[in-house]
Design a protein around this ligand. Sequence first.
Ligand code: FMN
Ligand SMILES: CCCCCCC(=O)C(=O)O
Length: 371
Amino acid sequence: MSAEIVNVREYEAHAKQKLAKMSFDYFSTGADDQWSLQENIRAFGRIRIRPRILVDVNDVDLSTQVLGYRVSMPIMVAPTGHQKLAHPEGELATARATSAADTIMVLSSSANSTLEDVANTGPGTRFFQLYIFKDREYVAEVVRRAERAGYKAIVLTGDVPRLGNRENDKKNRFTLPAHLTIANFAGIGGRTNLLTSKSNESSLTTFNNSQMDSSVSWKDIGWLKGITSLPILIKGVLTGEDAVLAVRSGVDGIMVSNHGARQLDFTPATISVLEEVVQAVRGRVPVFLDGGVRRGTDVFKALALGAAGVFVGRPVVYGLAVDGEAGVRKVLRTLRDEFEVAMMLSGCIRVQDISRSHVLTENEPLCCSKL
Ligand SMILES: Cc1cc2nc3c(=O)[nH]c(=O)nc-3n(C[C@H](O)[C@H](O)[C@H](O)COP(=O)(O)O)c2cc1C
Ligand SMILES: CCCCCCC(=O)C(=O)O
């Protein structure tokens, strides 16, 4: 199956054929009218690349550093929940494939695998994505477990004070099959809350409404720093204002993200606001991006606009659904290869060579650039 697939977008249709409707809808859809879901992709299409030619690109090198860790490419795996709905090996297969690609996986707080089981798949640089639920002691213990298991950073997701309006999950009355749980939070409803859904409600909403601490604010970065020495990334920043608050609160990195358009619809595409965030941050911490990355050229565009790296969500899940670990490996390999082509055909030898002058955004005229 995987041999016929030549780009990561093609995985989606194959995943749809393989998965139950409830699972495919959970993975693929966004909030409300799904305008932002399409916009995340469309906005990349409005950015053009300004290639430079006759550069010796024989020794192209895609590797870079993320929080001091070397990765083979600036393409990493975003946290996505419930991967065992895609494949029986779920997060374990994703972890193995990500390590094989020599890049970073962020394990979701909504994973169906324990963080220890993921760590035990073998060596690899992994971050743990965190939701702050009402039971702070439970959350603190999960953070301590992540530290003990060797996770290298905490990615605090800041855009889910409540769950977005996901109409397909409502219609499908999304529930987990009895053998699956939100493994690292099973003790606070991650088992029981997910098994049944109220009428016209996804069980994720039931779980979220009962457990999520909607009072979480910037001061809680201080709380988190008090319970862990791991670096903290904040995920969900979409404005320069919040980027400034993030830096002031002492985070070690920022992820520009609209949660794959699953939370607030009509947020701009992440690639459209990346530069605003980068300018507000003024180089004080690295800025990453996720949302709509489907091509090596998308990675190139994000780096040209100031991202230190990108994270990929749905394509990884679709690869997992189609072919397990091999599918995730192929998704990462395909993006890597495309990114290499984009770099070479633009005259870039190192990731650091990709500069603002390599792209034109929709607000910039096509002709007569700075000579
Ligand atoms: C099925 C699914 C589950 C997700 N679960 C989480 C999660 O548990 N925690 C989180 O911070 N983000 C979660 N996200 C958002 C992703 O981390 C990421 O922001 C988004 O998928 C990037 O967009 P892309 O899917 O277009 O690559 C999820 C996204 C999807 C598609
Ligand atoms: C903890 C509340 C449910 C979150 C579900 C995982 C997630 O973030 C998603 O987008 O789906």
